[in-house]
Design a protein around this ligand. Structure first.
Ligand SMILES: [Zn+2]
Length: 329
């Protein structure tokens, strides 16, 4: 098992400090058939339930992926990466996220006995870091902007393993299990609607279904306030980035944007942008049904409602994964 560069094919060991190729290309994972990751660390992962529900006249399957140990689908990625890092003898990692990915890594690193350093902007709200703190991760609060945090993490990554949910392909190796589970539960859907910022769910789902051998159409939802993937996909200039309630997908410059667009095109899917107001309404709509999710999960539902406005066919199998729990904050 090793990493290789998507641009020049150069190989890199998984346990090394390189998180991208010297040519600037991003890594993918090369894993031979039958080669497995040894699982020694567990927090009680579950096959998350899938519920068939009617949302404003559209019948959809809601995949309750917030029912993972730390409360979001990101556990799928952290579970696989942390297990592999443990097997490789990595003792300490750095990661930069203030949301679900950080909580997932902090939780799994705690279970694995790996020291976890989370870099975040000093301005991050205390509520947001409560869960990460509970797992006793070392919080490195960086003064200044998000960019300053990005610079600080790259400096730290020169000497400590960068367990990035964006750069490190082991993360996508984990999130792909979402596709396998859906396949086991209902077969290949016609459509899957996912929210995307850095694309950890989108690229995982694509990888999984690609391996299974059949792709659903992947419909990606972005917030209108922060829609770089939507803009590039539609050959439009990227608009000004504004804050959005769907903070889990508020990523201005996603590293794997080209990979994401390629995945959507390959699936004959589409990328749409939704209003914040609709995102919040969708979150409330789920709440009225007894399903309590984070705002970002509402983005996928809002995207589904917007996409299937006309010509909705009740025979279509549409899946909407719900990314994170409403209990987070
Ligand atoms: Zn390269």
């Amino acid at each position: 098992m090793h990493f290789y560069c998507t641009k020049c094919d150069k190989q890199y060991p998984i346990e090394g400090l390189d998180y991208q190729c010297e040519c600037g290309g991003l890594f993918k994972l090369n894993k031979a058939q039958g080669e497995e990751i040894e699982i020694t660390v567990s927090l009680g992962e579950v096959k998350t339930p899938i519920l068939k529900r009617k949302l404003q006249e559209r019948e959809v399957y809601l995949k309750l992926d917030y029912m993972q140990p730390t409360g979001s689908f990101k556990d799928r990625g952290a579970f696989v990466m942390v297990n592999k890092l443990k097997e490789l003898g990595i003792k300490e990692v750095v990661e930069d996220s203030s949301g679900n990915a950080a909580a997932a890594f902090a939780g799994y690193c705690a279970a694995a006995g790996i020291k976890c350093n989370i870099y975040l902007p000093e301005s991050t709200s205390p509520g947001k870091i409560k869960q990460i703190s509970a797992y006793k991760a070392n919080l490195v609060k960086v003064p200044g902007s998000r960019d300053d945090t990005a610079k600080a993490i790259l400096k730290a990554a020169e000497t400590t393993y960068y367990a990035s949910h964006v750069y490190n392909p082991l993360f996508f190796e984990g999130t792909k299990s979402l596709a396998y589970e859906i396949y086991e539960q209902i077969g290949i859907p016609d459509y899957i609607v996912v929210p995307a910022g850095n694309g950890t769910m989108l690229l995982g789902v694509y990888k999984g279904f690609k391996e299974i051998g059949q792709l659903p159409r992947i419909i990606v939802t972005q917030s209108k306030n922060c829609a770089p993937i939507f803009s590039k996909f539609n050959n439009q200039p990227v608009g000004e980035m504004k804050p959005t309630a769907a903070e889990g997908i508020a990523i201005g410059t996603p590293k794997r944007i080209d990979e994401m667009i390629e995945a959507v095109r390959d699936s004959k899917g589409d990328i749409i942008a939704v209003d914040d107001e609709k995102v919040i309404q969708a979150q409330e709509l789920l709440g009225e049904m007894g399903i309590y999710v984070e705002v970002t999960a509402g983005a996928a539902v809002a995207g589904m409602l917007q996409y299937f406005t006309q010509g909705y066919d009740p025979n279509l199998k549409i899946v909407v994964p719900l990314s994170g729990s409403g209990l987070k904050k």
